[in-house]
Design a protein around this ligand. Structure first.
Ligand SMILES: *[C@@H]1O[C@H](CO)[C@@H](O)[C@H](O)[C@H]1NC(C)=O
Ligand SMILES: *[C@@H]1O[C@H](CO)[C@@H](O)[C@H](O)[C@H]1NC(C)=O
Ligand SMILES: *[C@@H]1O[C@H](CO)[C@@H](O)[C@H](O)[C@H]1NC(C)=O
Length: 447
């Protein structure tokens, strides 16, 4: 079970430098809301009592902008591991497309295809069913796609659900973060949520059969191999890695094992908690890879959560007990375009697609804010013949087997995962490799 700490708790933890004591209380609060889940954060509380490490001051602040002299290398979309090379999930449509006009969005769809094409055209995962058993930590392998526009054969995120959305397009990745009412996509109220990625226990993805596309990097819909997403009842973030360099590959830039660190740290969002209520599309420089701190010699020192072996009793800390509270730097953004709201205009009483979707990104004049953005986004959908009121699928067999195995892995991963509920230091550790010693003392001092 991979819990995402509620914003207030995460904020509180960082304000007190992520000291162990604050994390213990965060973890406890997290588990309190997880009545039917495996105890969340139990180990975090246990280790949280330990004294902070002695390797130097914790990284709690970060400069804005990459340090002088730092280079991530030259981003290439052809770098190994960027483009998806294996089959699309069995419950997904072959490609990301809008529903035809006249169709009815299928609110029981098992499509697990996410797209991130703009501030009002993106998808996120949510549980298949409502109810208290649908804590994200319990259902990670079986979550399904919900989209702000009628697309991907997926379910619709009803208008009013998304409270804020901020897209950032960089040469290495595209990402979105925001606040929402996740209860409208079946996330139980108060669920601190979890982390989803293309790996999972069997390396089939969490969810199994989950896939992602964006058209923001190339101008055309493209499937990518590496992505990560945090979702909870009130916040979300999603990063899709669209390039790699000789120094940083897509897997590193979409690092999926920092699953209890949350959106702000992992996706390097300085103003996360003041970003509610607004909608923006920005370009930006790439962040440092999550958990990596550039050193003056061109190398990185590395922070990692300790891998927790499900076969052994959980032990969540090793080495330095202090968890960094900030990434290496907050990436600069530029060319921001602001939108007042987003909407699909679809009546949730019938989910009928009566008109072609209109999307901000393809229709607004401020091309400078969205350079490289596709102008081929099919905002005008094909008018179907009268016999195509509902998209055909023929995928229910595949869907059945997918969710069947999903249920099995859900409980196993719930027991084996990292401690949940603790954004802070108690549950975490700097990996015990020698380079780590210099993280706080050297990296912070020189940059
Ligand atoms: C779909 O996801 C799987 C699991 O992460 C991945 O191996 C595969 O390459 C993806 N395929 C596409 C077309 O995105
Ligand atoms: C909606 O999706 C489910 C799951 O894929 C499928 O079984 C069902 O037939 C779909 N409904 C319609 C009306 O297409
Ligand atoms: C974001 O703003 C909406 C609308 O004002 C509000 O309902 C919601 O609670 C806010 N979310 C958070 C996490 O503060």
């Amino acid at each position: 079970m991979f819990a995402l700490v509620p914003p207030t708790l995460l904020l509180a933890a960082s304000l007190v430098n992520g000291q162990a004591s604050s994390v213990s209380s965060a973890a406890a609060a997290g588990s309190a809301s997880s009545a039917s889940a495996p105890p969340a954060g139990g180990a975090a509380s246990g280790t949280g009592a330990a004294a902070p490490g002695t390797w130097g001051p914790e990284i709690t602040t970060a400069p804005t902008g990459a340090p002088a002299g730092y280079s991530i290398g030259t981003p290439s979309p052809d770098a190994p591991g960027v483009l998806a090379r294996f089959p699309n999930g069995p419950t997904n449509p072959e490609k990301p497309e809008f529903y035809p006009i006249g169709a009815q969005v299928n609110q029981t769809s098992l499509s697990r295809l996410l797209s991130l094409n703009g501030v009002d055209d993106f998808c996120l995962y949510g549980p298949m069913e409502p109810g208290p058993d649908s804590l994200i930590g319990n259902v990670e392998p079986s979550v399904v796609s919900y989209c702000t526009q009628p697309r991907n054969g997926a379910r619709l995120i009803p208008d009013g659900t998304i409270h804020s959305a901020h897209v950032i397009k960089t040469p290495m990745y595209v990402q979105i973060h925001g606040f929402w009412d996740g209860t409208r996509v079946n996330i139980p109220a108060g669920d601190s949520g979890g982390e989803l990625d293309p790996h999972g226990e069997k390396n089939l993805g969490n969810p199994i059969g989950g896939n992602v596309t964006t058209n923001l990097a190339t101008g055309t819909d493209t499937f990518y191999e590496e992505w990560m997403s945090f979702i909870s009842y009130d916040q979300f973030c999603l990063r899709i890695c669209t390039a790699g360099t000789d120094k940083v590959n897509a897997g590193l830039m979409c690092e999926h094992k920092l699953d209890i660190m949350g959106c702000r740290f992992v996706m390097a969002i300085p103003d996360l908690y003041s970003s509610n209520g607004t909608f923006t599309f920005c370009e930006g420089e790439p962040a440092a890879p999550p958990g990596l701190y550039p050193l003056p010699n061109g190398e990185y020192s590395t922070f990692r959560q300790r891998w927790t072996d499900k076969a052994n009793p959980p032990q969540y800390t090793v080495g330095d007990l202090v968890t960094p509270g900030a990434p290496a730097f907050w990436p600069k953004t530029s060319n921001c375009q602001t939108f007042s709201s987003i909407s699909n205009g679809i009546d949730p009483a019938n989910f009928l697609v009566k008109n072609a979707p209109t999307v901000h990104v393809s229709g607004t004049g401020s091309a400078a804010a969205v350079t490289g953005l596709s102008t081929t986004t099919p905002a005008t959908v094909t008018t179907p013949s009268s016999t195509i009121a509902i998209p055909t699928s023929g995928k229910s067999d595949a869907a059945g087997s997918s969710s069947g195995s999903a249920a099995g892995t859900a409980s196993r991963s719930g027991q084996s995962g990292a401690p949940s509920g603790g954004a802070g230091s108690g549950a975490l550790a700097l990996a015990p490799i020698s380079a780590l010693v210099v993280v706080a003392a050297v990296a912070a001092a020189l940059f």
